[in-house]
Design a protein around this ligand. Structure first.
Ligand SMILES: Cc1cc2nc3c(=O)[nH]c(=O)nc-3n(C[C@H](O)[C@H](O)[C@H](O)COP(=O)(O)OP(=O)(O)OC[C@H]3O[C@@H](n4cnc5c(N)ncnc54)[C@H](O)[C@@H]3O)c2cc1C
Length: 361
């Protein structure tokens, strides 16, 4: 196959910019490229991974298999009523460009998720969310190419089994499917702006504060979009300046009893509600009344990890949950640092931090 490459350096294909070599690498530009994958010798037995923009992926070693890089472009409005549109977007499109297009066209539902790096295909796989909005709220369906049967399948929301930053594509179907397009439903009218997001007092403030700082009343989705960008630029590391995957860890869920115990150790510890949609009925029954979500960044800050550099890796000075690198760290350096943080938080608070990033070893 003409576009199949061997021993390709993945440095420009991951946001940590770590050097890792893929034994085989192929770029998918159209359906024909997908169908032709079967011509690759030993395709079935090869280890494989679908890669979007690599902004939530940490390559720890060289990759001894086939990286299938997504570059499927295009989008189309497939249905339009007086109230909403259904837009089908090919999975290699950029998420933030999609959000910008929606806001400029005055379609509501994604404006709080501005500036999240990455591709459309990864959005349902990762079940991305930010500032009170979640991609699963507007999700209609997706099409995925089965890399074992070479057939296309349609997944509705139930079949995707969306959880907190997760879905079937991160669990039982990991690397079995290549998501080719995603359909979202966007509203033509702004029902209510989502402005409930707020940070710990005296820190970065609330989305409402940002809205007042950069918006103009009466606020619209464009003001939310600008306020979110304003907040993210102040708070999150810039992938054009440092290596980052955003939050390295997931915010843990602890029992209320544990929360009381932690509150004695950490002053003004906040807790957040968690979304029912993200859990199975069984899980929800167990956690709904007795558990709360706590901000992992707070424990990392308290333990002094922010801006503490080891082997070209640190916790971001502006957001402890983000483990950053100066682009000279290896994947192993980054993982070692994350493990040090994890161990310290466990030893101090008895909390087991779980990684959000996809660690590829
Ligand atoms: C600075 C920064 C800020 C961030 N902020 C947020 C945030 O606010 N909210 C949030 O939710 N995330 C955030 N993230 C994480 C990241 O942006 C998302 O996880 C994003 O969806 C990753 O997209 P990607 O294309 O780069 O994924 P990749 O890293 O390429 O892939 C991620 C996973 O998805 C799978 N995948 C990708 N494409 C496909 C496909 N077509 N078919 C099947 N599987 C696929 C991959 O196999 C992999 O397991 C942030 C990251 C950074 C660097």
């Amino acid at each position: 196959m003409t576009n199949l490459k061997q021993n390709l350096n993945l440095k420009k294909y991951n946001s940590y910019r770590v050097e890792a070599f893929a034994k085989h690498f192929i770029e998918i530009n159209n359906e024909k490229d997908l169908e032709e994958l079967k011509n690759i010798s030993d395709f079935k037995s090869l280890r494989k991974m679908v890669l979007g923009d690599g902004s939530n992926t940490l390559f720890v070693n060289d990759y001894d298999g086939l990286i299938i890089k997504n570059d499927l472009k295009g989008k189309e409005i497939v249905k339009e009523t007086d109230e909403y549109i259904l837009v089908k977007i090919n999975s290699g499109e950029n998420w933030h460009e999609f959000v910008t297009w929606a806001v400029e066209s005055n379609y509501a539902g994604v404006e709080n998720m501005a500036l999240i790096p990455g591709s459309i295909g990864a959005a349902p796989a990762q079940n991305i969310a930010a500032y009170g909005q979640n991609q699963s709220d507007i999700f209609v369906e997706l099409t995925a190419f089965n890399l074992e049967t070479f057939e296309y399948e349609v997944f509705n929301s139930d079949k995707c089994d969306f959880k907190y930053r997760s879905s079937v594509f991160k669990n039982e179907f990991r690397d079995k499917y290549f998501i080719t397009d995603v359909t979202y439903k966007l509203s033509k009218y702004t029902k209510e702006l989502e402005t409930s997001y707020h940070e710990r007092k005296r820190r970065y403030g609330s989305l409402q504060d940002a809205l007042e700082a950069v918006g103009k009343e009466p606020f619209g989705i464009d003001d939310i979009y600008n306020a979110v960008i304003y907040m993210r630029k102040r708070r999150l590391p810039d992938p054009d300046k440092v290596g980052t995957v955003g939050s390295f860890f997931i915010n843990p869920i602890v029992s209320k009893e544990k929360f009381e115990e932690l509150s004695k150790m950490v002053s003004e510890l906040q807790h957040y509600p968690f979304d029912k949609l993200m859990y199975t009925e069984k899980e929800w029954d167990v956690i709904k009344d007795d558990y709360v979500k706590v901000p992992a960044a707070r424990f990392i800050d308290e333990r002094g990890w922010k801006d503490r550099w080891i082997n070209n890796v640190a916790s971001s000075p502006s957001h402890g949950l983000c483990i950053i690198s100066n682009w000279r760290a290896s994947g192993q350096d980054i993982l070692d640092y994350a493990n040090l943080v994890k161990k310290d938080i466990f030893d101090t608070y008895g909390i087991e931090l779980e990684s959000e990033v996809n660690i590829i070893q």
